[in-house]
Design a protein around this ligand. Structure first.
Ligand SMILES: Nc1ncnc2c1ncn2[C@@H]1O[C@H](COP(=O)(O)OP(=O)(O)OP(=O)(O)O)[C@@H](O)[C@H]1O
Length: 644
């Protein structure tokens, strides 16, 4: 039996990667490569090797590699340790090695390390050979382990220390931005509810996304007589049946064939364009306009797919949106408006009654002032951008403003410019100032209608009543803003609206930023999930695979390690032989694999005849190598799975 200077038998030099081998065991291992697991079954006599640089490592123990700083090999007569440096290091004993892949540590020993682990000097280390595997633990504890009962199951993982500032920097447990690993280290006693946010998306966000998904995938059975394809779009679904203003039109959801993205199609029935070239100039200006409070126009084309000359305007599709009319001005069956999607489409708006004592209208109770300011801030934000782009909305009414849970957007922008387009006009935007003034007046009317929760409140014979009601129930700031917007014979500007909103902008900004934080946190979780998923897919494509009639492909060479790692991940058992399932074990091991840490993990074959101690860096290298071998036959797989 040959030994290298570091005490490792050449029988266990399985790594093909010289850099990794050098990092782990010293450069002498560079020459070695084991191509078959059979060689693991030889009974080498080895002494333990501990890289001096890692003797004082406090990296947390793993379930299998409780001895972080030791190499354990399958040999009956392991020789005494020679390489203990005088440096202290942490060590945790393992007991009872008679079972494959079982747990050998108590919760106390692997619980989150709030205080530093016990440090033992090399002189106090006791060494014991059990079933061919050499274990090391402190002298003073050795005796106590002799008669100890099987240890209880661990309940948590240790906090993780990753290599070289890799992506998994631990965050405080109390933080809402914890990664899976940190959350996993919270003891179970703290309760499932406390852990839930670490693993699952916030309930309301999840529900809102699910609802949007459901809506955007819903099939409208009234759509069966629609054309199968319209230009580059298919799967048309009717959102709104024909309406006659300003020209006969319909609204559809459709999927773009080349990208699979859903869009909102506005069809103008029997529409004849007088000058395509000039009209496209208007279209191009609107296509370039983009703002979070405006639905973007993507393209415009003509089609005969509906049996007439239709003009199609393609807009971004925002699933789950409803118009302001539906949300605030439509009574539900119980007499009050509902903001839930779909239920608010029935019935017509009814006149506002001043006689109700609870300030209720037929459309529901009057809105909180904060809600009205929220609407004002969003609409003025969009309108300011439109006016600054030297454009005008021209359709500022409750049927052309859509809203989902939080966001308001001007929809079908540019449609009036296109419909009323006059090719004889030198400059289609010469009346823009006039249209912008109209926009501001329309905004004033919309705010009045929202305050009174009634569309009829803006009629000339009602408006004074409405202003009185607003001054009774809302602040003078709100009334002043309305008065400004509705004042006739005065040049108004959207820019002058901003000071009237005042410090309410801050409240809005704060809410938005909290929302961004929450979403970023959710994104972080999903990013981790996606990464772990790709890793599992990679492992799954390698494990148990025959390659080109080679039935042992996944059992030989570096792939063998991956097979044992798969068992370590998923098939761990308790000393009693029961399955031991712990999500945190799987997640943290996969994280370490992905990061390629220098932490070691002990892998054991099912027949318990082979024990490997490998670093996650080596495992990662094996995984990449095996996967690259597979993808060399299938180029399309390599790209998405290799990407982070
Ligand atoms: N970009 C969009 N994304 C998703 N849904 C939209 C979009 N634009 C409009 N919608 C929805 O499509 C439906 C139809 O809109 P449309 O403007 O045709 O409604 P309308 O109130 O009937 O107006 P009109 O009187 O002009 O027909 C509404 O429920 C609206 O919420």
């Amino acid at each position: 039996m040959e030994f290298y200077a570091n005490g490792i038998s050449n029988d266990i030099g399985y790594m093909g990667n010289p850099n990794l081998a050098a990092n782990t065991y010293g450069s002498s291992l560079q020459q070695n490569s084991i191509e078959s697991p059979i060689s693991f079954n030889k009974k080498p006599q080895v002494s333990e090797f501990i890289p001096p640089s890692r003797l004082n490592s406090t990296s947390s123990p793993s379930f299998y590699n409780t001895y972080n700083n030791t190499s354990i090999v399958n040999g009956q007569n392991a020789t005494p340790t020679k390489n203990y440096a005088s440096t202290s290091y942490s060590i945790t004993p393992i007991k009872n090695s008679n079972h494959r892949n079982y747990l050998r540590d108590s919760p106390q020993k692997i619980a989150p390390q709030e205080s530093p682990p016990t440090i033992f000097s090399a002189a106090t280390i006791h060494q014991e050979n059990v079933g061919g595997t050499t274990y090391f633990y402190p002298q003073e504890q050795a005796a106590s382990y002799q008669n100890e009962d099987p240890m209880p199951l661990p309940y948590s993982m240790t906090s993780m220390t990753m290599t070289d500032g890799y992506m998994y920097t631990p965050a405080p447990i109390s933080s809402t931005t914890n990664s899976h690993v940190q959350q996993a280290s919270i003891p179970q006693q703290q309760g499932k509810t406390l852990l839930s946010p670490a693993f699952f998306m916030a309930e309301d966000l999840r529900n809102s996304l699910l609802l949007k998904n459901e809506i955007s995938n819903s099939i409208d059975h009234d759509s069966s007589n629609l054309p199968l394809e319209v230009d580059n779009y298919h799967s048309l679904s009717l959102l709104e049946a024909s309406s006659n203003l300003p020209v006969p039109s319909s609204t559809y959801r459709a999927i773009q064939s080349s990208t699979g993205i859903k869009y909102c199609l506005r069809r103008l029935h029997g529409f004849r364009i007088q000058s395509v070239k000039l009209m496209m100039q208007v279209v191009d200006i609107w296509k370039k306009f983009s703002h979070p409070n405006c639905v973007t126009l993507r393209e415009v084309f003509t089609t005969k797919a509906f049996g007439d000359n239709s003009l199609i305007l393609v807009y971004d599709y925002h699933a789950g949106s409803q118009t302001l009319l539906a949300k605030y001005f439509t009574p539900s069956s119980n007499g009050y408006s509902s903001s839930s999607v779909g239920s608010a489409f029935s019935g017509d708006a009814r006149p506002f009654s001043h006689k109700t004592t609870l300030q209720r209208t037929a459309n529901g109770p009057i809105l909180q002032e904060s809600e009205i300011w929220n609407i004002i801030i969003q609409l003025t934000c969009g309108l300011r951008a439109i006016h600054q782009a030297n454009l005008a909305c021209r359709t500022l009414d409750p049927t052309k403003i859509i809203t989902d849970d939080k966001r308001l957007r001007f929809s079908f922008l540019g449609i009036t410019d296109i419909v009323t387009f006059d090719p004889n006009q030198q400059n289609p935007f010469q009346l823009i100032n006039h249209y912008q003034q109209d926009d501001l007046t329309a905004l004033g009317k919309l705010i009045v209608a929202l305050c009174c929760r009634c569309l009829q409140s803006v009629h000339s014979n009602q408006i004074q009543h409405s202003i009185d009601l607003i001054s009774r129930h809302y602040s003078s700031d709100l009334k002043n803003l309305i008065t400004y917007l509705l004042s006739p014979n005065k040049m108004k500007s959207i820019v002058e609206v901003m000071p009237k909103i005042g410090a309410r902008f801050y409240t809005h900004l704060e809410l938005l930023e909290s929302h961004c934080d929450m979403q970023e946190n959710e994104l972080l979780k999903e990013m981790e999930n996606g990464r772990l998923n790709r890793l599992l897919v990679k492992l799954g494509t390698i494990n148990e695979r025959d390659l080109h009639m080679d039935v042992t492909w996944s059992e030989t060479g570096n792939r063998y390690m991956l097979k044992l790692f798969r068992d370590y991940l998923f098939h761990t058992i308790t000393p009693e032989g029961n399955p031991w399932l712990d999500m945190s074990h799987i997640v943290s091991s996969l994280n370490k694999l992905d990061a390629g840490t220098m932490e070691k993990v002990q892998l054991m074959s099912r027949d318990e005849q082979s024990v490997l101690v490998v670093t996650y860096a080596e495992l990662k290298h094996c995984l990449d190598q095996a996967f690259n071998e597979l993808t060399s036959f299938n180029v399309s797989l390599s790209h998405p799975l290799n990407s982070r």
